[in-house]
Structure formats: C-alpha cells, structure tokens
Write a protein that binds this ligand. Structure first.
Ligand code: SF4
Length: 479
C-alpha cells in the first residue's frame, strides 16, 4: 500500500463523513503556502515571481493552524516557495502533527539534510522531495548543477533516520519516457515510500513557456510512462487519478478539493489560477463561481490542465461510490497496464533537449512605466495591476501615495463600490475604493517579464556549455 493503513483509514472515514453529511463541495488536502521565496528558480515554476517585499513575507505558525482548522482537512501539503526556508517550519510541522494532520512538506531538499534535526519522524510527517527526473534532466529543470545529488543524498539520509519520504515530479512535454521509468526505479531503490507525478501546468508567469503539455499529449506521455509498469513502483496517489493521466478515464475538476491558502488569503479558484482571494474558507466556497472553471467550462486557462490539485480529489471522491470501489480494487490488483503499443511508441520517441529553451522564455511585459488615470483608466489599470508581478504607485484623490503590490480587485456592482486590494511596501494590507484613486503608475519591475530570467537562463546555459561544474545561479545573481 502506498500510504500507511492509518492514513488510508483517516482519509476514508473523512470522505465518508462528508458524503453522509451531503456536502457537495468539501476539501481533502489543504495546499498551504506559508511563503513564496525559494532557493531555486525553476524554469517551469510560476510561483516565485514577486517583488522582494512579498517574497520576504510569511505566514506565522498560528495563521497556518487557523487555516487548517478552518477548512478541517485530514491532509496538508506545504508547497512553496521552499518551506524549509521558513524560519518556523519546525513549529508549523510540530503543530500540525500534534493536530494529527497528515503533513507533506514539499521541498527541493537543498536544505533538508542540514535541517532534519529540527523534525521528529512520525507517521503524520512526510518529506515530499521535488525530483524532476534523472540527474541531467533534474539539474537543468532546476537550473542547478549538482541539485540531483544533493536531493538524493538528503532522501537517503531522511529515510535512514526513519522519516517518511516521497518524491514529486513534474513532467513536461518532450520528456524521455525511458529515462523517467529508470528514474522511478532509482527513487524506489533510494528507499522512498512512493512517488507523486504531475504534468506541468502552463503558468503564464513561468519563464519557460514552450514545454507545457496539452491534454492529448499529456495522456499519450503518461500512457508511455505508466503502462507496462514495474511492480516495484509505488505511487503515493489515487490509482484512478493515474488512470485519468493515462487517458483511461474521465474526471471533472473539483478545485475546492485542494484549496490553497497563502499570505494573500484563500486563493480562487485553485492552487494554479489566481482569480482573486477570499478572507475565509466559507467565503471561498460561497463566492467563487465554480462553473467558470474546469475543462468542461471552456475556460481557456483550464483547457490543458490535468493537475492533481484539480483532479486528484475528484478521483478520491469517485472512489467512494459503488463503481469507484470496484474500479479502485481493479486498478490495485491489475496495476501493470500491459500495452505493447505504448512500449513501441516509447522506443520511437525523440525526446526534446534541453528542457529550457531560450526562445521559449516568456515575452517581456509592456506595462512597466505605464500610467493610468480617470474612471475608465483606473478600472483598466486595476485589471492589469492584478496581473502584474511588480509594485505599482497609487496616487489617491486625497494626494496620499501608496506603493505596493496589487493582489486582488473586488468588482462589486458598479465602479464606485469596487476596491483594489494591496499589500503595501509598508507591510499593511489595504482595501482601496476605485473612487479614491486618482492615478495608478506601474513603477516596479515586473518580476515575470522574462528579462531577468532570460539573462539568468542564458548565463546558466553558457556556463554549462563551457563545461563548468557546480553552477549555482539564484535569480539575484544577475541583478
Ligand atoms: S482545471 Fe486546473 S486550472 Fe482549471 S480550475 Fe481546475 S485545477 Fe484550476
């Protein structure tokens, strides 16, 4: 079994209780993001492109506990940013373990070995190590030479010290399925309990826009990877979700199943899209127009998504139906999925290399330096500012000036009642009515504009081509 029996039992009784209560929408796993800063800057990641004052912020342990209790989930995942950079991550982990929550700390493992002493092994605590494939693929994916060895060493150390360890792997278009299959075996040999896999999601803020997969290509990629399965491989995921990835079953997105909470609040509608924030979990459930999201909605942002944050809770929910139980038992008993065609296709594929292609880097933004005023200008700027990963300077009608990051806009009725929500550089969280705004000026550098990333990835590629070893380029290295 890929998770301990006690965890499977806890989740099963929780889901059954929700069903008996007749809850149509219930959360299963909280994606808790106590900080956005990271010690890596992966090309496929759209989570870290924020101004410095946002990256310096973090949730306190008490704020984390409140969010977990508010939604009542049995399982919590802490992605990031890099959770081990949070100065109180040990308190957060201990508090959640004490609350008997099954906690997954998702880490790139660069700091894991040096911080293991802060944690106690527990059936409630798992380190989910980000590994994107075999050495060369992983190092290029995270833009750090030697990243694979550091993470593998930390995995072995954590396993040896009695911790639960899993891996999480994002697979992008052009991946070499034979290499991924060898990688799975390497991870099982390293002693991990199970593996989690996911297709890349095309974050519009991610620097590498080229390698994100479409739905059909996803299914074909996962069929090549997951058919003819080695019986030693264990996946820490619902077997029905894996069948969904392989194109063997359909599921509808249930984004409320894995809600996301961060320094901005409860994210609408899911871990991936940022379409505003709610102040409470209840408000998230009640105020999100759920029918606007998911593949069937026709929302272009959902068109290619097959991510666990939208679809794994759907698979778990389906498991607790008559047909779902049968399908799950079948998937567990016959988990090899023999498929001669998939084997042949895997033998014929031409993997793309390298993962990060310089001409795939996100285009530069044109907003920096723009200035808007007047009623329609403010409304237009509010929408643009919400999507801008830099600070703006807001001049109020009163003459006061606020500089900060616009993380949400609330369009309530007419313009007069609409508000901008800003995390000011001063640290204050502010709600500013549109009617109080005289001018919005895009003064901060857009952290997702592609220019710094381009310079950074170019530098990495040049140094790698020159045969340099131990390259380590944090984004600030080119500031
Ligand atoms: S389909 Fe994907 S992007 Fe769209 S709401 Fe669901 S999880 Fe979010």
């Amino acid at each position: 079994m890929p998770v301990p029996a006690s965890q499977a039992w806890t989740v099963a009784t929780y889901v059954l209780k929700q069903k008996l209560k007749g809850r149509k929408r219930y959360p299963l796993v909280l994606m808790l993001e106590p900080l956005y800063r990271c010690n890596l800057a992966c090309a496929g990641c759209g989570k870290i492109q924020y101004p410095g004052h946002i990256l310096k912020r973090e949730l306190t342990p008490e704020e984390c506990f409140r969010a977990v209790e508010e939604c009542g989930v049995p399982t919590v995942a802490i992605p990031g940013g890099e959770p081990l950079m949070h100065p109180r991550i040990d308190e957060i982990a201990a508090g959640l373990v004490a609350r008997r929550k099954y906690l997954y700390i998702c880490t790139n493992a660069l700091l894991l070995k040096s911080k293991l002493h802060l944690f106690k092994p527990s059936k409630y605590l798992t380190f989910s190590v980000h590994m994107d494939g075999q050495k060369e693929h992983h190092d290029f994916s995270v833009c750090k030479e030697g990243g694979y060895e550091i993470a593998l060493d930390a995995i072995r150390e954590a396993v040896a010290r009695g911790f639960r360890v899993t891996t999480n792997t994002t697979l992008f278009d052009g991946v070499d399925s034979k290499s991924v299959r060898t990688f799975f075996t390497e991870m099982m040999d390293a002693g991990v309990e199970g593996m989690m896999i996911s297709p890349g999601y095309s974050y519009d803020k991610a620097p590498d826009q080229r390698h994100f997969t479409g739905r059909e290509r996803n299914k074909s990629m996962f069929r090549r990877i997951l058919s003819n399965r080695d019986p030693r491989w264990q996946f820490n995921m619902s077997p029905l979700f894996l069948e969904f990835l392989m194109g063997k079953r359909d599921l509808s997105c249930t984004p409320w199943g894995m809600p996301s909470y961060s320094i901005f609040g409860w994210q609408k509608p899911c871990y991936l899209l940022q379409d505003g924030y709610a102040g409470s979990f209840e408000e998230l459930l009640d105020s999100t127009t759920w029918e606007n999201y998911g593949y069937e909605s026709g929302n272009p942002k959902c068109a290619n998504c097959m991510l666990h944050s939208g679809y794994e809770a759907s698979a778990v929910d389906y498991t607790f139906s008559f047909k779902g139980v049968l399908a799950t038992v079948k998937a567990m008993l016959f988990s090899r999925y023999p498929d001669a065609e998939a084997l042949r296709e895997a033998g014929q594929e031409t993997p793309a290399s390298p993962l990060v292609q310089l001409d795939g880097i996100a285009p530069a933004s044109t907003l920096q330096g723009a200035e808007y005023s007047g009623e329609s200008g403010i409304s237009e700027a509010a929408e643009a500012a919400f999507d801008y990963r830099g600070d703006v300077t807001i001049t109020l009608v009163s003459g006061d000036v606020v500089e900060g990051y616009v993380f949400d806009r609330q369009r309530i009725g007419g313009l007069a009642a609409s508000k901008l929500r800003v995390l000011a550089r001063s640290g204050e969280k502010m709600s500013i009515p549109y009617s109080s705004v005289a001018r919005i000026h895009f003064t901060g550098r857009d952290m997702a504009d592609g220019r710094s990333w381009e310079a950074w990835v170019r530098k990495y590629a040049e140094r790698k081509a020159a045969g340099e070893k131990n390259i380590e380029l944090a984004p600030e290295a080119i500031e």
